[in-house]
Design a protein around this ligand. Structure first.
Ligand SMILES: NC(=O)c1ccc[n+]([C@@H]2O[C@H](COP(=O)([O-])OP(=O)(O)OC[C@H]3O[C@@H](n4cnc5c(N)ncnc54)[C@H](O)[C@@H]3O)[C@@H](O)[C@H]2O)c1
Ligand SMILES: O=C(O)C(=O)C[C@@H](O)[C@H](O)[C@H](O)COP(=O)(O)O
Ligand SMILES: [Zn+2]
Length: 368
């Protein structure tokens, strides 16, 4: 049988004894018991939200083997729920169920559920197993892989968390059929990010494939998810705890996280903020003489084709950006460390941006 690009595909995140597979393909959640190999024991709790539960909870339950004690927890939806209150609800449910150290948490949903469940698993009884079953494009290409878990603080994005790797990632690409187009576009921002930081050929492929991706064309989607996961797995294997190269995955995030925090984790989706943030990073790279005006215009067209906003939020001033950016986790001492582009497909971490250049960019970047 010939393998089509959209057929099942497995990658590995190579982390020695903590290595784990990423299974990618259509209909994977329909295979009864498919999650069995990743269970630590006979207790499992599926955590999801009120949007995803009616769509996929039943299927996820069937993906666990018979004989396992399964509990379900359905949280409210939204980025504003990614906080300690909702992580506490997971711990409450685990304790009320009498779950022990051999339990396994299953994160069913987007990056919000995945980040919270991973963090809950990292802390519960000092660390229990968890499985990622991502159902948004963003979670399938990025948040489910690599073990960054955590929650937001009103003053800063993802400010409390832990590195805690899942035992496996199950990506059923069919779940994208129900994803709203705006969420699909948000996921495309992180896909574009991989091309920008490490893979100019992938960026060129994306440029051609964005219309097909937005139409959910199966081979295009499979190509984008597989390449994104492969790049992320490679970077995470090289630098699990972000001592070096992993910081490149933060392209656009210093600006983007400032936008999200300023908006109170409400109006802007993470991927939208990252998209605008990548354009700001590209503009700054051009002002440093690294990118050409044509490169920046090319990125603007790519982001537009992906259906992403191109302006920063109306009313967000220079100081609103700077005060948030100064809290960014990448900073060392009082120096801002930004991920910038030396070329399209080649990112670097840079800590010597002249303050005046950054202020000029923040003043002049369009607001929508
Ligand atoms: N840990 C990491 O490495 C990492 C990487 C990137 C992003 N993140 C985090 O991920 C979060 C964003 O994730 P997201 O974009 O998935 O947002 P999300 O989790 O809020 O999901 C987006 C929306 O889609 C809904 N949804 C999920 N699956 C669906 C489906 N199949 N059909 C219909 N609706 C569906 C959700 O209920 C939600 O309303 C942010 O908090 C971000 O900080 C983490
Ligand atoms: O996995 C990583 O490393 C990333 O930076 C991926 C980002 O897309 C993601 O948004 C991550 O949560 C940001 O991490 P943070 O350390 O800046 O909070
Ligand atoms: Zn991100």
């Amino acid at each position: 049988m010939t393998q089509t690009p959209s057929g099942p595909h497995t990658l590995e995140v190579a982390l020695g004894s903590r290595s784990y597979p990423i299974h990618i393909g259509p209909g994977l959640l329909n295979e009864p018991g498919v999650l069995a190999p990743w269970l630590a024991g006979q207790q499992a709790m599926i955590v999801t939200n009120e949007t995803v539960a009616p769509l996929y909870l039943e299927r996820c339950r069937a993906a666990l083997p018979e004989g396992v004690e399964v509990r379900e927890l359905v949280l409210p939806d939204g980025e504003a729920t990614k906080n300690l209150e909702h992580v506490s609800r997971i711990w409450d449910a685990l304790l009320e169920a009498g779950f022990n150290r051999r339990c396994t948490l299953v994160a069913l949903g987007g990056g919000v559920v995945g980040d919270m469940v991973g963090f809950a698993a990292a802390c519960y009884q000092r660390g229990v197993a968890f499985i990622q079953v991502p159902t948004t494009l963003l979670a399938q290409v990025d948040s489910s892989v690599g073990g960054k878990t955590g929650i937001n603080h009103p003053l800063g994005k993802n400010m409390v968390g832990a590195f805690w790797q899942p035992r496996g990632v199950l990506i059923d690409t069919d779940t994208l059929d129900t994803l709203p187009p705006r969420e699909l576009s948000a996921g495309l921002a992180e896909v574009i990010k991989y091309g920008l930081i490490r893979d100019a050929d992938f960026l060129a492929w994306l440029e051609r494939s964005l219309p097909a991706l937005r139409e959910l064309e199966p081979d295009a989607l499979a190509g984008a998810i597989q390449r994104s996961c492969a790049l992320k797995a490679e970077i995470v294997a090289e630098d699990e705890t972000e001592q070096g190269v992993r910081a490149l995955l933060n392209l656009g995030h210093t600006f983007g996280h400032a936008i999200e925090a300023h908006q109170g984790y409400g109006d802007w989706l993470h991927g939208e903020a990252v998209g605008a943030g990548m354009l700001m990073a590209a503009e700054l790279s051009a002002r440093l003489g690294w990118l050409s005006v044509r490169d920046v215009e090319r990125l603007r067209v790519i982001l537009r084709l992906a259906g992403l906003p191109l302006d920063a939020p109306a009313g967000m001033g220079v100081d609103d950006f700077l005060s948030r950016m100064r809290l960014d986790k990448k900073n060392v001492d009082s120096r801002l460390r930004l991920v910038l582009l030396r070329a399209m497909g080649d990112a670097c971490v840079y800590d010597a941006t002249p303050e005046a250049l950054l202020v000029e960019l923040l003043e002049q970047f369009p607001r929508g």
